[in-house]
Design a protein around this ligand. Structure first.
Ligand code: TUI
Length: 313
């Protein structure tokens, strides 16, 4: 396998098959530019941004890198139509659509020359979005942070690789070389990481967010929002436990407490009211690194294990 010249590297025009997962608040232009400059695909997480807020992020990334980058769009965003139009007008190289059925938006983006990837947590939706024209499918296992489905990365990625014609990108539980190697063996042509990129110098999250990732073990995350129909994995904190309890007694109160909670974690490191979204890979992450170190360490591991031919690096 030549990972530095596979279908995803060619499709996205990047050096290494490593993508930054879309992260609302956390996925700023600065972090995304660092990932793109290190040879991966950096991703601005547009979350609930409107077009004017996203425009500022796009202007910033254009100043920080001349490499390809992506904008992640969630189907839950109330401003989604203006965000899609902005992506087209700004000629963003790659759009990544997630958190719902994105089939409506794929043809429009593709017709306007935007490479379009779709995130799924199930095989049925993957087939529908491949049919709708997605250039590649990102399979997010339930190990991921944030909004998740209920199938593991091990099973989801293997299944997607065996049924899809477009390339598959693996996400969920990957934070280092061995995890990446496993994903490629399952049939993925690239990996996507979110949590690993939060624990970097370039990430602009509050220090408490990063510290919590370093401290957490593999069982220190919890799924909130399950009863309300939008399960999200976060680090186990007093807040997380409170939401889990409230969900059974008063789902409305739980819903209310969740509003703005990601911002409170990212900006203030507020452990009482903040949702520290992160994947199970927190238990594999023990140090802050630079984005370049994260990517180079994974690529050297893959090279040592002969999944990348050394003369191509
Ligand atoms: O979207 C994500 N991760 C996210 S979005 C987010 S913001 C948020 N905050 C609180 C609650 C909910 C969301 C935080 N993290 N990943 C992509 C992803 N997409 N994961 C799962 C899915 C997904 C789920 C269901 C994709 C499609 C889908 O289809 C439903 C349908 O209509 O068929």
């Amino acid at each position: 396998m030549k990972l530095t010249n596979n279908k995803i590297v060619q499709l996205l025009n990047i050096k290494y098959p490593i993508l930054e997962g879309g992260m609302a608040w956390v996925g700023t232009a600065k972090l995304a530019a660092a990932v793109s400059n290190a040879g991966g695909l950096g991703t601005i997480g547009s979350g609930n941004m409107d077009a004017s807020l996203l425009k500022k992020q796009i202007d910033t990334i254009k100043q920080l890198t001349d490499k390809p980058y992506a904008v992640n769009v969630i189907m839950l965003n109330p401003h989604i139509d203006e965000v899609i139009d902005l992506i087209i007008n700004e000629k963003v190289p790659v759009a990544i659509l997630g958190a719902g059925n994105s089939s409506k938006y794929i043809p429009k983006l593709k017709d306007n020359g935007i490479t379009t990837l779709a995130v799924v947590s199930s095989e049925n939706l993957a087939l529908r979005l491949e049919n709708a024209g997605a250039d590649a499918i990102i399979g997010e296992g339930m190990e991921c942070g944030g909004h998740i489905g209920d199938v593991t990365t091990m099973v989801l990625v293997r299944k997607l690789a065996s049924i899809l014609s477009v390339p598959v990108i693996a996400a969920g539980g990957i934070a280092d070389g061995p995890g990446a190697l496993a994903a490629f063996v399952l049939g993925a042509e690239a990996i996507q990481m979110g949590t690993r990129f939060i624990a970097t110098y370039e990430c602009e999250a509050h220090e408490t967010y990063k510290r919590k990732i370093l401290e957490a073990g593999i069982r220190d995350t919890i799924i909130t929002g399950q009863k309300m129909g939008h399960p999200a994995r976060i680090i186990k904190t007093p807040f997380g436990k409170k939401i889990a309890k409230l969900e059974s007694s008063s789902p409305e109160e739980a819903e209310e407490a969740l509003v703005g909670s990601l911002m409170k974690a990212f900006v203030y490191g507020d452990e009482e009211h903040g949702s520290f979204m992160a994947g199970q890979s927190v238990g594999l992450i023990n140090e802050i690194k630079s984005v370049k170190e994260v990517i180079d360490d994974i690529m050297s591991y893959l090279e040592k294990n002969q999944i990348v031919e050394s003369e191509t690096r």
